[in-house]
Design a protein around this ligand. Structure first.
Ligand code: NAP
Length: 324
């Protein structure tokens, strides 16, 4: 069975999801909802969706909608997730999942109470390379891992939702979540110490930051994220018998493993993809058909843990977001 898929918020990332739905056979592109009907209509027409709605409420009142993809700025996620769940819809919500861990706990509890799927659209978690990375981390190809470094940055600060604190602006929640995800896949989440330093903008959001995690194992991770400059997007893992390089922690391209003589001993390439969003869509379709409230690749506990980590990272910066 193909589930009827609706997009809530017809902005930038909704385009990529529209394209994914159109080019794959995973869900049925059913509806687009925007505060502006013409914007919804334009996106629906472009990607072959059946219906366009000029309000989210109208779309949520349509009993034919099965699964809603929330594609709005972070501050709206928690309240919109609740709206969707209360309307009886399954939900796939963009990252960052919510604005803080309390909200993440609240919405995941509601999904479980309602028996509906709630999944975070943190797409690298669903990619085949995530499994490759977990297996690599569990293996012994580079010996005991001592350290890791990962970065992600784009010069996107000029965009309203990235510099406006009231929309959840800043680098950590928007791009920092990707190197954090990479680090989590390799080293897990038993972080015992967090040190960080952020550069805050005149609007009070973090334009870039350096973060160091120390783990119970003694390993350390060093993360850089930025909304003011482009970075090489690499992740590098250092072990006692060699090191490994991952291309693009935003959308994994390859895993290359080197020995102590800097010789390439193994390379795994990311399989060809449509847009990279097809894996999260397929995971949602599988979860709904099995009656699951969460996707095994990105369970609720993971979303809560990542929000807890980001709460702890930004707390010393004095960066707080409004709760809608
Ligand atoms: N997975 C990825 O690779 C990826 C990439 C980029 C972004 N994202 C995530 O996707 C989400 C949306 O990002 P985006 O770049 O698509 O955002 P965007 O284009 O700035 O906005 C998306 C939609 O959100 C609503 N919106 C924007 N500003 C609003 C405001 N001030 N008040 C009320 N509603 C507002 C609008 O919906 P209407 O159409 O209804 O007006 C807009 O069309 C973010 O959480 C971001 O982190 C994910």
């Amino acid at each position: 069975m193909k589930y009827n898929f609706a997009i809530l918020g017809a902005g930038s990332i909704a385009q990529r999801m529209g394209e994914t739905v159109q080019k794959t056979d995973i869900v049925n592109g059913y509806a687009v909802a925007s505060r502006d009907l013409s914007r919804a209509q334009k996106l629906a027409d472009k990607y072959g969706f059946d219906k366009a709605y000029g309000s989210y409420d109208e779309m949520l009142a349509d009993p034919a909608v099965d699964l809603v993809y929330i594609a709005t700025p972070h501050v709206f996620h928690a309240s919109q997730i609740e709206q969707c769940l209360r309307a009886g819809k399954h939900v796939l919500c963009e990252k960052s999942f919510t604005i803080n861990a309390d909200q993440a706990r609240r919405v995941t509890a509601l999904a479980q109470e309602k028996g509906l799927l709630l999944a975070e659209a943190i797409w690298p978690r669903y990619m085949p390379m995530a499994k490759t990375l977990r297996e690599f981390a569990a293996g012994d190809k580079i010996g005991k891992i001592h350290s890791l470094t990962a970065n992600l940055g784009y010069p996107v600060y000029h965009r309203e939702r990235l510099h406006d604190r009231s929309l959840g602006g800043g680098a950590l929640l928007d791009v920092g979540i990707y190197p954090l995800t990479f680090v989590s896949l390799i080293l897990g989440d038993e972080v015992t110490e967090i040190c960080s330093s952020a550069k805050l903008s005149e609007t009070g959001v973090d334009t870039f930051e350096n973060i160091v995690f120390t783990y119970a194992s003694g390993a350390q991770a060093s993360i850089f994220s930025s909304v003011t400059c482009p970075t090489d997007r690499r992740g590098v893992v250092y072990g006692e018998k060699g090191y490994a390089e991952v291309g693009n922690v935003n959308n994994y391209e390859y895993l290359r493993i080197y020995n102590t003589d800097h010789e390439l001993i193994e390379e795994t390439l990311c399989p060809p993809q449509v847009t990279g969003f097809e894996y999260e869509l397929a995971a949602c379709a599988e979860a709904i058909s099995n009656g699951w409230t969460q996707c095994p690749d990105a369970p609720h506990e993971m979303s809560i843990t990542m929000m807890e980590l980001m709460d702890k990272i930004r707390s010393p910066w004095g960066l707080e977001y409004p709760e809608l």
